[in-house]
Every structure is written in structure tokens, then in C-alpha cells.
Design a protein around this ligand. Structure first.
Ligand code: DOR
Ligand code: ZN
Length: 347
């Protein structure tokens, strides 16, 4: 068993950085270990236009610690008013790497998202033509559909019909949480991929609800039963290039997590790489970690694998992280896996 692993500098293909004081607080956590990240556009107000993405990118660059080696890969938030020409211009300028589809009402700051997918078809057709990926939050919002079924129902009623209609569209199924998501991702060719978060490899719904409600484990899509977590673990460690890391690290201040109507999101930017080393080692797949974190996402997005490296080491004593990250916006609880982790990122 190896206690030292060097991999190409990883990419986080799904990340929430927020803005202002929160951005300043959380960005160093990601930039410390990751060379690039796909930046989610669900700010308030959302990042809809090329000009807004340019301005947001500039704010991220300004918030980077001196000497940091980090490139934000910007996205646009798809609305029913999105202008296909603006999307195409942002893509040809090299500014954006994807467009994000939030079904309206599915999650945090998604009310400006898409209610009727037929209304965004002209934008999606343009994206298919130019090869720009669509990142999809794949959950239906119908209140009659059980929250644990919303991903599977979305695949059957929205995603599959969309892909049949526009087979050339490049699609990322974001943060899959079900065996149905794993199975569906496998039905696609090179135009279909799926991201998997760190926390969905670690928790199931019992961790959220049994023995008292744990608001810091609540995220969307909500963690499902154990059989789904096992399917996600098998997929992430399979070595299949269609599955790659998108942490969905989603900071909310504690006051809004520990609340009568708590926000969805797990903050994993600080400890994702050691947690993944733990999971991959448990699965006997440490040699596949580099594919999942550093190669497959880059390949899907047409980017070179990083020429830099990250080294993980394993110690006899557990790694201790602070319980919280203090940001100018307030404290953010760092994801606690609930078991000791012996891996750390070497300095
Ligand atoms: O848990 C989540 N948090 N899921 C999402 O889809 C959004 C994210 C956020 O922005 O807080
Ligand atoms: Zn997200």
C-alpha cells in the first residue's frame, strides 16, 4: 500500500465561489489544491450575459491570493431570455466553457432558471452547433414528485427527450446522486458525461436524518439511500472517463444552514482531495484518482492536463481540519466526513 501519491494538479468541474466577502474567504481554499474550476453562475443576480461573466471573472481574479495558480472557467446561467448570439460570442472569446441549466425552483438561486425547456431550444441548438457543453442540474421541480425521485424522473422526462432531440449537444449531468444517473450516463457516447461530488461518495440519507437532523449534510440533489452511494463509488473509481470530479462545494454561512429553513450545500473545498484519496484507497483504486480529478474533466472540456502536480501523503495520525472557515461573510462549516482521514496534501 502506498502512502504517497503524486497526480497532475486537479480540476474541480463544479464549484460555487459566490461573491464579495464570501468569495474572498473561500477562493483560497480551492486555489490551494486545484488548477482550474468550472464556476457556477447562480449569484444574486445570476451571471446571464457575456458582460456579466467577464465582470465576475475579474472579481475572482482580483480575489485570488498572490502567486496562486488558478484559472476560473466561467459559465453562463441559462434563462428563457438568454440570447444565443451572446452565448456564442462569449464562447468564441474563450471566456465561457459551459452554460448551466437550472430548472426554475430546483435549488439555490434557481428562480431565474428555465421553466419550459422548449423556450431555450434556439440557444441549445446554437450550443450543439459550436460544441459548447450544457451543465444540467437534473431534478424535476414538480411538487408532486418525491424529492428522492426527482433526479430519476428528470432523466426520463426531460434529459432523455432532450438528448434524442439534440443528440449533438454536449451534456454534463451535474452531481449525479443515483444509480439511475450512473446508468444513464453510461448510455451516452463522447457527448455525455457526469460529475460526482465528494460528499455524495461519503454520505447517504441516513447521515442527514438518522439520530437528529444534520443541516451541514443537506445539499441538492439530496443524498439518497446507500445502494445509490455505492453505485456512485463504483462509477467514480471505475476509470471510465465519463465520470469526473465536480465538488459542488457550496458555502453558506452557518446561520443560514442551522436555520428553520436551511440552505442546501456542503462546503468541501478545504478537504476534498484527502477525502477522495481516502475513498479511492478504500475502493482499492488509488491509481484511478488522477483520472477522476485531473484527466477526465479536462479531456471533456478540451483542456490540457495540468503540467503541475499535487502530492498526497498518508500519515499515522489523522489529519485535523478546522471545524469552520472564517470568512468576512461569516463562519462556514467545513464538511466533516464523520470518520478519521489519514491523507493530507503535502506542502
Ligand atoms: O446543494 C446545493 N447547493 N446544490 C445546488 O444545486 C446549489 C448549491 C448552492 O448554490 O448552494
Ligand atoms: Zn452546484
Amino acid at each position: 500500500m502506498s502512502d504517497r501519491l503524486t497526480i497532475p494538479r486537479p480540476d474541480d468541474m463544479h464549484l460555487h465561489l459566490r461573491d464579495g466577502a464570501m468569495l474572498a474567504g473561500v477562493l483560497p481554499e480551492t486555489a490551494r489544491h486545484f488548477g482550474r474550476a468550472i464556476i457556477m453562475p447562480n449569484l444574486v443576480p445570476p451571471v446571464v450575459t457575456m458582460a456579466e461573466a467577464q465582470a465576475y471573472r475579474a472579481r475572482i481574479m482580483a480575489a485570488l491570493p498572490k502567486g496562486a495558480d488558478f484559472t476560473p472557467l466561467m459559465t453562463l446561467y441559462l434563462t428563457e431570455g438568454t440570447d444565443a448570439a451572446d452565448v456564442a460570442a462569449a464562447h468564441s472569446a474563450g471566456l465561457i466553457h459551459a452554460v448551466k441549466l437550472y430548472p426554475a425552483g430546483a435549488t439555490t438561486n434557481s428562480h431565474g432558471g428555465v421553466r419550459d425547456i422548449t423556450r431555450v431550444l434556439p440557444v441549445l441548438e446554437k450550443m450543439a452547433e459550436i460544441g459548447l457543453p450544457l451543465c444540467i442540474h437534473g431534478e424535476v421541480t414538480d411538487p408532486d414528485v418525491d424529492i428522492f425521485d426527482r433526479e430519476a424522473v428528470f432523466i426520463d422526462t426531460v434529459l432523455d427527450p432532450l438528448r434524442r432531440r439534440l443528440p449533438q449537444l454536449r451534456v454534463v449531468m451535474e452531481h449525479i446522486t443515483t444509480s439511475q444517473g450512473v446508468d444513464y450516463a453510461r448510455t451516452g457516447g463522447d457527448s455525455l458525461a457526469a460529475t460526482i461530488t465528494t460528499h455524495h461518495l461519503i454520505i447517504n440519507r441516513n447521515h442527514i436524518l438518522a439520530g437528529g437532523i444534520k443541516p451541514h449534510y443537506y445539499c441538492l440533489p439530496v443524498a439518497k439511500r446507500e445502494s445509490h452511494r455505492l453505485a456512485l463509488r463504483a462509477a467514480a473509481t471505475s476509470g471510465e472517463a465519463r465520470f469526473f470530479l465536480g465538488t459542488d462545494s457550496a458555502p453558506h454561512i452557518d446561520a443560514l444552514k442551522e436555520h428553520a429553513c436551511g440552505c442546501a450545500g456542503c462546503f468541501t473545498a478545504t478537504n476534498t482531495m484527502p477525502l477522495l484519496a481516502h475513498v479511492f484507497e478504500e475502493m482499492g483504486a488509488l491509481d484511478r484518482l488522477a483520472g477522476f480529478t485531473s484527466r477526465f474533466g479536462a479531456a471533456f472540456y478540451g483542456l490540457p492536463v495540468s503540467g503541475k502536480t499535487l502530492t498526497l501523503t498518508k500519515s499515522a495520525a489523522p489529519t485535523i481540519w478546522p471545524e469552520k472557515l472564517d470568512t468576512g461573510a461569516g463562519p462556514v462549516t467545513i464538511f466533516n466526513p464523520g470518520f478519521p482521514v489519514f491523507w493530507q496534501v503535502a506542502d
